[in-house]
Design a protein around this ligand. Sequence first.
Ligand code: PRX
Length: 657
Amino acid sequence: MEPLKQENRVFNPPADFVKGAAIPGMDAYNKLCAEANSDYNGFWGRLAKENIYWKKPFTKVLDESKAPFYKWFEDGTTNASYNCLDRQVEAGLGDKTAIIFEADDGTVTKVTYKEMLERVCKMANALRKMGVKSGDSVIIYMAMTIEGIVAMQACARIGAIHSVVFGGFSAQALRDRIMDVGAVAVITADGQYRGGKALPLKAICDEALSTGECPKVKHVIVSKRTGTDINMQAGRDVWMQEIVANEATTCEPEWVSAEHPLFILYTSGSTGKPKGVQHSTGGYLLWAILTMKWTFDIKPNDVFWCTADIGWVTGHSYITYGPLAVGATEIVFEGVPTYPNAGRFWDMIQKHKASIFYTAPTAIRSLIKASSNDESVHPKSYDLSSLRLLGSVGEPINPEAWMWYYENVGGSRCPIADTFWQTETGGHMISPLPGATPMIPGSCTLPLPGIQAAIVDEAGVDVPNGQGGILVVKRPWPSMIRTIWNDPDRFVKSYFPEELGGTLYLAGDGAIRNKDTGYFTITGRIDDVLNVSGHRMGTMEIESCLVANPLVAEAAVVGRPDELTGEAICVFVVLKGGRPTGEDAKKVATELRNWVGKEIGPIAKPKDVRFGDNLPKTRSGKIMRRLLRVIAKGEEVTQDTSTLENPHILEQLKESL
Ligand code: PRX
């Protein structure tokens, strides 16, 4: 499978889909875009009024006086949890299923909107009783469970700022985030089930808190999931199920300004330290709702399934907030796509009659591979006729994977929304609209109405269609990142760099627009960020981790294309004790891989480790990463190496273990 093979076939939205769609046809799309162009504030103000319950209505839409610290709907007050739950119950949807939870072992639990509201209220009351207040931050380190969503919603209800840490991150990564965000409480679980195994969470949390560097954490709330034996520290640790048991099932929400931070989510940037991306309440929620309606065309009878984890932004916008805020029924899945076998996704779509399915290209590619020689786990062995719409997220979907998804999962009748967006953007930015946009595999097509995406050169000047460049957004939009927690300077420098004029939002991706259609195709990151299985990893983060190992003198990390994971992590290492060979080299490579796995998390484990006496450097001492990228790909170095101080080193680094 070639990652970016050209595909020019056009796939039009099916006629019966167009008929009932929220945005039916390109005329309707163009009309919305025109409305935004002619009266930007009026457009967003109208949508915010129509889609959100405001306790106190806002009087001003956008405040640009402190740009790029934009404020949206700031004097309006609202509450995210109220909008997701109370509003549905009040509209008569109390008995509608909000969540169909399927556990790793296949056990199914259904929760109605009324039950969800009661559970969230109980948890919110318990948090308040512990002294957690509006504006406090709370770390959530849980897996995919109903309790995880309850914990997030409960924080939102009382105005506490949640920061979810993916359950696969290490104690060190968890500690860094607890410290940076200044958490007063951590909500976790005894353990999590994945692929038939019980994995620890609380024990990792204990390790994170063991160094005494997180004195602000007064409470650790533990949800019982696996029943694993764990330590409970008296005075600090409590069971979630116990503290909610006697709480009231109602809880007055904290009415907060639309600009009140709803959550902080850490993501990798081009320097070592992960960035705490801060999102707002009102603007974020508005876009979660609108994209559910526009991109996913959500309807009352849909069964929506986003396979992401709540530890990533996709899980925030399209599991915890978006689907509930539009009163949908959604599937929440604890397990992994390959357990008990690689037919799990198809089996679940068939069983729960999912109508909208949203997943990542990596998952699709691995399921293509698994079903290529096993009919029984091939989508055609299942009844997937309930599906009407598919989505893709996290990385470019290569045309071959797109075609397979379209034909085998969608039965050639379901549009595919290839949604380009980021942790920082809060929701979809560029995507086909299923009832409007003709699709071309491998292209995320056109920006959503109101999103002023463009491609510019290194001076911030627009480039003509057909010429690649830097992807930017020209105007602020409601769900954009508000700042980097504790680091406003880094926010300005990272996203509104002076080189581009200081007003363009820099996404960090390269892109190109088609000469004829104007369609966008994302060509990949232009900074030192890798995308491995749709997970964002900073090369510097992995490098700092490697050099912290006592054996390592120097390390350089680059990405290389990988058939399954999109990109793979390749590291070049210089050891203090000299270059190892043979069995020794293999042993150290394994040790370093495990080290990264332990320090950051298994998702950061390098695929390829290579050793040299040195790294290729210019005479001024700069590591030539562009050469390392060529070597990692297994290609011949054809570039000029005359500026290299040590060209012979390249031969050593070609040796893969
Ligand atoms: O490089 C782009 C890629 O994922 C990056 C954002 O990663 P993250 O913040 O972790 O959010 C992932 C889920 C929204 C982007 O800068 N990316 C995401 N979606 C696509 C994509 N690249 C191409 N096509 C997409 N549909």
